[in-house]
Structure formats: C-alpha cells, structure tokens
Design a protein around this ligand. Structure first.
Ligand SMILES: O=C(O)C[C@H](O)C(=O)O
Ligand code: SF4
Length: 520
C-alpha cells in the first residue's frame, strides 16, 4: 500500500508553492545582470528576488495566486489510480487549510468559492502508466493572470504589426513574437513561454503547457526548433517591455517549443505564457510505499537570490539622492488622501502608503456599480488584490497579498472611483483609456505594485481591520487592511500620462521591425 503517497504529494505542493526551483532562479538572476539596478525594472527585479527568498523562509506562497493545480502522474502498470486520486485531493485540501494554496476553485455559475480547491475540474490530474517501478508526480501552479495571456493562432493569419504569417517556420516565428508583445506586463513579465505547434485547439494548448515542464537550460532536440527558440529569446528581449511592463532590457526568460502532427485543415500555434513566478516541481516516489526518492528539478535552496544588490523599491526610494538620479520622487502618503496630493503625483514617482487600504477585485467592482459600500471610501486606496488569509483565535492573518491584473476592472473602475471618491487604485499591468480619462477628470492615480511579490507586500500589512462580502470567497472579499510602508510606482497620473500606453506603443514599433522573413 502507498502509505506515504499522500504526504509526498503534500510536500510537493508546499515545495512548488513556496520554493522557486534552481533553473528559474538562475534565469531571474541573469535578468538582473542585464538590467540597470536603478531603473524601474531593475528595482522590481530586486523586489522579486527578495520576495523569492522570503517565500522560502516563511514557507508561504511566492505569489498569492497559486493557480490551477495541475498534476501529471506516471505510475507503474497496475497501480491503483483511484486511491492515488483520492490522496492527491486530500493533499490539496490540506495544503489549502494550511495556507500553502489559495482557495482558488470558483463555481462558474454561482460565483461561490468551494473553499478547499476541490470542485468539478479542479484540481487537474492526468494519469499515465509507464514501465518503471517508480511513481513520478509533476505539478505546475500557473496563476490566472498569466493564463489569461495565453493565446492561440490559426495559420495562415494576418498578425498585427508583423503582416502575413503562413504555414511555415516563419509564420510560427511571427505568432510567438506577437504572443510576447500582447502579454505586455500583464502576465507579470519577465515571463517564460511554452509553445505548441500543431495538434487541435485542445491538444495544442496542452502541448504548449507541457513545454513548461522542460528545464529552462535544456536544448531542443529538433535542430530547427532549437534555432527558433534562440531567435525568439534574442528578439523578444529587444521589445523593451521589461519587468512588469515598466520598459527594460529583459522581457522573456525562457522559450520552449514542441511540435505535434495536425489535420490538413488546421495549423494552430498555441502559446502558454507563464509569469516569472514559474512554479513547477516534481518528485520520484517509491512505487510500493509512495516514499519520496528525489526531486525532478533542482531545488531553489542553493541558488541564493539576495547576493546581488539588495535594494528594493522602498529602499532605493528612501534615498533621495538615488531618487534624484532617477529623476523620480518619493512621496509618503497617509490615508485618506486629498485630491490635491493626488494631483501633485507624476508618472515615475514612488508612493509609500501608510494607513488603511481596501481590497477589491472582480466580484466587488461589479457589485459596487449598483450597490452602496459599507465603508467610507472618500480619499481611499483600493487595492486590486485577492490575498491568502488564515484565521486563528486572534483573528485573520495575511499569508500572501500581491496585486492582481487591473485591466479586468476597466469597464467599472472610472465610475467606481467617481461614485465613492476613491483617490488611488493599486494593481498591476495598468489600465486603459477610460480609466485614464477618469483619473484626470476626478483627480485619481493608478499605482503599479510588483506582481507576484506576495510575501514582500504581506509584510507591509500590519493588521486586518475587518472584512466585508465574505460570501464572495476569500480572494474576492473586501478586506480592510492596515498598512505601513506599502510602496508602489505611479504609472498613470491625473495629467493624462500612462507608462503602460507608452510602453505598449514603443514595443509595438519594435515588433514591427521583425516583419521581414527570417526562416525561409
Ligand atoms: O488572482 C490573482 O491574485 C492574480 C492573478 O494571477 C493575476 O495575475 O491577475
Ligand atoms: S499575480 Fe503575477 S506572478 Fe502571480 S500568478 Fe498572476 S501572473 Fe503570476
């Protein structure tokens, strides 16, 4: 009997969620070498590096969005997969109770959160037999924000900025470059992509996701794909999107391409985009007992992230001399914030917030359009965040609390700010023209926090003052949080400026330079 299987799967979940593997860490370290440490992207990478270390130390989620847990299990012939499935579900439930996974399973019709990550279709478990005596379990925790940036092309196609893409290697090249461009910073760049050429719509995406299980430093066994991977790495890193879409030298950390046969009528190129918080790990287990034998990917523990410069957004901003050098200011604000203070902010300023802020994301924005709010939001700061929270005798505690992708709230944001008097919105990836116009009209600002830095921000939250709308589930509830020294960068101001609009435009111009055929 597999007495130890459940425990081994639990340990795998904890390791995957909290300790970024060695190859991913090395890729991020390399990115830091290529980025000027005093730039916005450089500072964000320092924050990311610090967050990776904090997550390992705290044994808490690297990012609050622990994604759709997806297991790929290889078993000896004849193993009891029914029992193994039960054990995996138990391990997922326990990891959720322990705050290693966020409650991420939402009923698509009612919006109800199951609270334990179990429900129709969640988690995802694939079984396959193999002729080995051992069990192998691989796990990827890919968050929703980067999942939203996955994209599938059907060739031939007209690709925005790049022109005609035919059913050949050069057409594939154009799809992949466009996939990186369209993600901008919204999937928490710098990212990793898995590409699936061929298959049908379903298996194409599956192949793309499977490429993410390759090691970052491996080499593609198919010569022309190895060449394409190299080309994409070089070219995509010239797009200038940078960390979190702040502009910079490093946009892509890895590119892995696989190929399947296709139908004569179809030619899909499917791209799975994974954020820098690229959480995947695997184990080999004893086939009789389920006991742990080895990790499949080098553990992160030996690859230290904090040997390089330790300056983070807060620390550098704290030094006025540094701030002058970057021609940006550091502004400390205490909530509630006045319209005058908000109108004095400019794109590029680093804002340090003290006081109370309120979380709100998809369910809350829709709700507030035609309902009142239980708290006074005049001069308030609204944080696009779905945290990991745990409750004990003393009350609620924040276990992880980074920002979520703001653009989903674009239809509502301007109206909500005006209706309730909200002065600042914190999120990541930026917002669109409608919100930018509202910021100007009403006197508001958009602050970009570092996506995925869930431990870094959790540490700024000193107390949970209360919560409303628990019926939306933990990630979607409105949490009232007391913060100290919460740092974020002004990327959209009340004067009509948007860093996101500028980086999108300049990266599109760079994309257009890759129009000419490369692979004949
Ligand atoms: O759901 C979240 O907390 C974040 C999400 O992964 C996102 O990137 O928007
Ligand atoms: S917030 Fe960013 S780092 Fe976290 S899962 Fe979403 S895309 Fe990934």
């Amino acid at each position: 009997m597999l007495q130890q299987f459940r425990q081994s799967v639990y340990d795998l979940i904890v390791e995957t969620s909290t300790n970024l593997p060695g190859d991913v860490r090395r890729a991020i370290r390399k990115a830091r070498e290529h980025e000027d440490a005093a730039t916005r992207s450089g500072l964000s990478l320092s924050t990311i590096a610090q967050n990776i270390e904090m997550a390992e130390h705290n044994v808490s989620p690297i990012c609050q969005d622990t994604g759709m847990p997806t297991f790929i299990v290889h078993t000896p012939v004849g193993a009891n997969q029914i029992q193994m499935r039960k054990d995996i579900l138990d391990a997922v439930r326990q990891a959720t109770i322990d705050g290693k996974l966020r409650t991420n399973s939402v009923d698509s019709l009612t919006g109800g959160n199951t609270g334990d990550n179990l429900g129709p279709g969640t988690p995802v478990i694939h079984f396959e037999q193999w002729e080995s005596e051992e069990i192998e379990v691989k796990l990827i925790l890919k968050g929703g924000g980067c999942e939203n940036k996955n994209i599938q092309y059907s060739l031939p196609a007209e690709i925005e900025g790049l022109g005609k893409a035919g059913r050949d290697l050069d057409g594939i090249r154009k799809c992949i470059l466009h996939a990186v461009y369209q993600a901008q910073g919204q999937g928490c760049s710098a990212g990793f992509i898995g590409v699936g050429i061929g298959g049908d719509r379903t298996t194409g995406y599956e192949l793309a996701k499977h490429q993410l299980f390759r090691k970052v430093e491996d080499e593609n066994p198919i010569a022309e794909l190895a060449q394409l991977e190299d080309y994409i790495m070089k070219s995509a890193n010239q797009l200038g999107i940078g960390t979190m879409g702040f502009g910079g030298e490093v946009t892509l950390l890895g590119c892995k391409i696989g190929v399947n046969n296709r139908l004569p009528a179809s030619f899909f190129v499917s791209v799975a985009y994974n954020c820098w918080a690229f959480r995947r790990q695997g184990v080999r287990l004893n086939g009789d007992t389920g006991a742990h034998l080895s990790w499949l990917y080098e553990r992160g523990t030996d690859i230290k992230m904090d040997e390089q410069s330790k300056e983070t957004v807060t620390e550098v901003a704290a030094s006025q001399e540094e701030a002058n050098r970057k021609s940006s200011r550091q502004v400390v604000l205490t909530t509630p914030i006045s319209e005058e203070d908000i109108r004095s902010l400019q794109v590029g300023d680093v804002v340090i917030i003290n006081g109370e802020m309120h979380t709100g994301r998809d369910a809350l924005h829709k709700y507030l359009m035609d309902h009142d709010c239980p708290v006074d939001l005049n001069g308030a700061v609204l944080y696009h965040c779905g945290p990991v929270m745990l409750k004990d005798e003393e009350g609620w505690h924040v276990k992880a609390a980074g920002p979520t992708t703001s653009i989903r709230e674009e239809p509502y944001q301007g109206d909500i700010m005006k209706k309730f008097g909200i002065r600042a919105v914190i999120g990541k990836g930026g917002m669109g023209a409608k919100t930018l116009a509202a910021l100007q009209e009403h006197g508001g600002v958009y602050l970009n926090a570092i996506g995925g830095a869930a431990q870094y921000y959790a540490e700024c939250i000193k107390h949970v003052n209360g919560v409303d709308y628990m019926e939306f589930g933990i990630p979607e509830a409105m949490w009232h949080l007391q913060v100290e020294g919460f740092a974020a960068i002004v990327t959209m101001d009340s004067h009509g400026n948007s860093l996101h609009r500028d980086v999108d435009k300049s990266s599109f111009e760079k994309l257009e330079q890759f129009r000419d055929p490369v692979f004949k």
